[in-house]
Design a binder for this molecule. Structure first.
Ligand SMILES: Cc1cc2nc3c(=O)[nH]c(=O)nc-3n(C[C@H](O)[C@H](O)[C@H](O)COP(=O)(O)OP(=O)(O)OC[C@H]3O[C@@H](n4cnc5c(N)ncnc54)[C@H](O)[C@@H]3O)c2cc1C
Length: 498
């Protein structure tokens, strides 16, 4: 992705804006965004490149190894080169397309973007002066400050940054044991073979899977279009699992987009849309939960809380859920209250189209190493991002055990904190930088509208611009579709500054 691409994207955005009789400047005002910000053009970016460097770079001399060259790993590497005079940085990353833009997978899944719009080569983003080892770490040995790769290379370090992201655990589902675990990018042939063709199954969580989702979606929209009065409607099911996942809003986003595509095709009457989340709420922040409930009612979606997908029968097209509920027991005279029993049972639900959101787990080699915690994720101080046991180890992004959404929005705040703190640690100073827990989920509610759900540790909406954050806005759609990719790919990964 280069500056020409950025200008092309902004030109597309200007076209959309002019249909509404608005200039980019007016749009920025409406969104409360000033200066170069999110809607910057290439010339602003090039100016930013020079402007925002620290006044004086640190003279520290230490070998830093970053495991994982995705969004968090590459942005961190670039920012370290901005802050250290003579950086000695190595990224270890096996996937050629590791720099690909994952938030775009939702848009690919609904045919708004093409798969080529999200594919990005790792080599184009590894910062100048940073060494790349195109291998996979299979062993972490924090006691001896070294890691070993799948090709047998032993790499030692003074400081380690773990940025391996997560794996999608499809094999946990009965009926999909053959699928294995998948990363968003890379060769996921095994998964796609296990999902099969003509099964109505799809999943946007891998890049290839998102392209397939659009094919499957179109097929079932066509079927919905042909449903006659009195006939059974085509059942579209969407799941949300029991673990924290990347971008918690995405299982709903793909449902909203399916709804939009059905309406566009005049097929909505022939379809039923059902959401099956493991949890008992639409969003962890009550204000966003309430807003989503209203949207669900407005769009005539059905929802079924506390249902966790555990089995997929591809032949019979049955999804089995572990359904949980509570029942009132006998009166306890000592506690002066009724006892409450937790119950659960397996429930079979027929489907035509099933969009699966799998469990997200820490990569095995991390989870099973001395660096992994009880959940498998890397236990760090949630504010400084330093490992709780190994002071020369930090973690950033999806693999860090931080009680906050696993999103690019979180990475955007975390990588700056990490760089400040790792440099302080090297200089023997106190770690002053703190991640305040901010994250953002641009919840797409239709083709053309987004509710920008921003929040932090306080579990309260924390909008950066003074607009009601529970309102769905076209301006946030423009930001999601045109501005967030350049901000991520150029602002964070190329410049280490956004
Ligand atoms: C469908 C979807 C929709 C999303 N929507 C949004 C959104 O709207 N907004 C938002 O902010 N975020 C969104 N996200 C989330 C966002 O993309 C991630 O939070 C972000 O990519 C995390 O960056 P990361 O570097 O931690 O992980 P990744 O970008 O996944 O990178 C991890 C890298 O580590 C490598 N790796 C793993 N194990 C090893 C190993 N043992 N050795 C060496 N390398 C290893 C992997 O190959 C991978 O390249 C979405 C993600 C998906 C999949």
């Amino acid at each position: 992705m280069d500056y020409k691409y950025l200008n092309n994207m902004l030109a597309e955005m200007d076209k959309d804006l002019s249909e509404k009789g608005m200039s980019r400047r007016d749009a920025m005002k409406l969104a409360g965004i000033s200066g170069a910000g999110l809607f910057m053009g290439a010339s602003n970016v090039q100016a930013m490149e020079k402007d925002q460097l620290p006044l004086k770079k640190s003279g520290v001399d230490a070998k830093i190894v970053i495991v994982g060259g995705g969004l968090a790993g590459i942005s961190t590497a670039k920012r370290l080169t901005n802050f250290i005079e003579n950086p000695d940085i190595t990224i270890i990353e096996p996937e050629k397309l590791s720099a690909s833009y994952q938030p775009g997978q939702t848009l690919v899944g609904a045919g708004i973007w093409d798969i080529d719009d999200i594919k990005e080569n790792r080599e184009d983003y590894v910062p100048d002066g940073v060494k790349l080892i195109p291998e996979k770490v299979i062993d972490f040995d924090p006691t001896n400050n070294q890691v070993t790769t799948d090709k047998g290379q032993v790499v030692s370090y003074d400081y380690l940054v773990v940025a391996t992201g997560i794996q999608h655990d499809y094999e946990r589902l009965e009926g999909l044991e053959e699928a294995g675990r998948a990363y968003s990018t890379g060769d996921n042939t095994r998964l796609h073979k296990a999902m099969g063709d003509d099964t109505g199954l799809c999943s946007i969580w891998t890049a290839e899977g998102s392209a397939k989702t659009w094919d499957v979606m179109q097929e079932y929209i066509e079927k919905a279009k042909n449903v006659k009065e009195g006939e059974e409607k085509i059942k579209f099911l969407f799941t949300h699992p029991a673990t924290p996942i990347k971008c918690g809003g995405a299982p709903k986003k793909i449902m909203y987009l399916t709804n939009s595509r059905l309406k566009e095709a005049g097929a909505r009457e022939g379809a039923e849309l059902h959401f099956y989340p493991n949890g008992g709420a639409m969003f962890g922040v009550p204000e966003y939960h309430d807003a989503i409930m209203e949207q669900f009612k407005r769009e005539d979606f059905k929802w079924h809380f506390r249902h966790n997908l555990v089995r997929v029968d591809k032949e019979r097209k049955i999804a089995t859920f572990d359904a949980k509920w509570q029942e009132k027991g006998p009166y306890d005279p000592i506690m002066r209250d009724f006892e409450v029993y937790s119950k659960h049972e397996r429930k079979e639900v027929p489907y035509d189209f099933l969009h699966i959101t799998p469990d997200a787990v820490a990569p095995r080699e991390v989870a099973e190493s001395d660096l992994g915690g009880a959940s498998g994720f890397v236990p760090v101080n949630k504010e400084t991002l330093q490992h709780v046991k190994y002071m020369n180890v930090f973690a950033v992004g999806d693999v860090a055990s931080v009680p906050m959404a696993k999103t690019g929005g979180s990475v955007r705040k975390q990588y700056k904190v990490l760089v400040d703190n790792i440099v302080s640690q090297m200089e023997g100073k106190k770690l002053e930088a703190k991640y305040a827990g901010y994250t953002v989920c641009p919840l797409i509610t239709s083709i053309g509208t987004v509710m920008l759900a921003e929040f932090d540790w306080t579990v309260k909406p924390t909008p950066l611009v003074p607009l009601d954050p529970t309102v769905e806005r076209w301006i946030w759609w423009l930001m999601k579709v045109y501005a967030l990719k350049p901000m991520t790919m150029i602002g964070m990964m190329k410049l280490g500054q956004a």
